[in-house]
Design a protein. Sequence first.
Length: 376
Amino acid sequence: MATAPRPRTTTRDPEELGRRLTAWLDTRLPGAKVTNTSVPGSNGMSSETLLFDIEHPDVEHPDAPGASDRACALRLAADPAAYTVFPTYDMGRQYRVMRLVAEHTDLPVPRVRWLEEDPRPLGAPFFVMARAEGRVPPDVMPYTYEGNWLHSATDAERALLQEASMSLLARLHDQFPAPRARFLLPPGTGTPLRRHVEAQRAYYAWVVDGMPRSPLLERAFDRLEELWPADEGEPVLNWGDARIGNVIYQADGFEPVAVLDWEMAAYAPREMDLGWTIYLHRFFQDLTVGFGRPGLPDFLRRDDLERRYAELTGHTPRDMEFHTLYAALRHGIVMLRIAYRQAHFGEVGKPTDGDHADGLILHHDSLAAMVQGTYW
């Protein structure tokens, strides 16, 4: 009897991708070759990234890339054999969002060059964009730990980065013509916020299908209903994964040079982006404090971010207890899926019940405190 293929936790081989990408590129840019392929250190569980250069044998060829166009990055839908974090990866949607943001705002969004929705060339849909050079606040180990460029910066330098990062969010929400983002609405009925939350309920149901349910995440959904905003506010284009770990900053400074990762873009209230920015920093800060280190307690503070956002946009953030809880809940569903992924590959023991499932959510204590209304 034939044995089932062994599940794979690793990402695709970059050299093989480079060879297949060269064959595909020859249909778009005849004579071009992919060289210097590599993957970022954090590549893997979401859409995969391949960094590469384009070389053309005839520099005088009208289609040959100029010096500024040779450095590229490829975003490839996650390998379905690797127990994906999300049920679908819509590369065309990301490509469209990035083109629209570049067209309608002054945010430094990398120029997108090609979209390929046919999975045959590389095994999954992908798009190619220009590559920006600089530095990114690390996730592993988080920038809140010692030993990285952001932690080693001065308070004044971090304040510059915080101001520049908040400006990105404010400009996106103010400059982008909101109705152009309606295509991002999930299917269903109700307000944009209601549709977004219902889509998250569906995502949670997908995560726990055949696995123990999480009582904590379900209590968080119930608490959201109790905190539901009386006035949700006008929806805008949300970046979705609005955090400094998705920004490339100057190699020798603190200004953004590229805004990345638009796969979670949404048409929703402004506060949803702001809540995600606030909570994702708290996630790293809480983990750091939990290991007995001070972290960066004066960086990206909730009150500072809400005040500065109001100054930049004229819109005073409201219902932030709801939106920070929602961010922590959404992140909790992702964390649970990642834990179940680890169990699938035998990296951790398989959960046996709801309490065990809750314990696999890294920030279960802070999420529980938010549900109880004691966190802030």
